[in-house]
Design a protein around this ligand. Structure first.
Ligand code: ZN
Length: 92
């Protein structure tokens, strides 16, 4: 037995998320979010960052479904839904 700490040998991906263009993808790709636009039986999977996965879920719920990859990169639409401005609440 070695006393060396156990470290994950897999690299952290530097690839930007294809949906938002931010460098927030993780390795392996399967721990990111599978885009809701590529969940069909014959679709090639496209992985997006966790924040975009949540944004696609909000699009599915509040809009007419997740934005097709043809319109990527795009800004996330629902980030503000999850942002609480505590300072603003105190002064309101
Ligand atoms: Zn993203």
């Amino acid at each position: 037995m070695s006393n060396q700490p156990i470290t994950d040998p897999r690299p952290i991906s530097d690839d930007p998320c294809p949906r938002c263009g931010e460098s927030s993808m993780k390795d392996p790709p399967e721990i990111n979010a599978l885009s809701r636009t590529t969940r069909g039986k014959d679709d090639d999977p496209i992985w997006v960052c966790s924040d975009c996965g949540r944004d696609e879920a909000m699009e599915d719920f509040f809009a007419l479904g997740a934005t097709h990859p043809n319109f990527w990169p795009m800004a996330r639409k629902y980030d503000k839904v999850f942002t609480v401005d505590w300072d603003g609440l105190e002064s309101a």
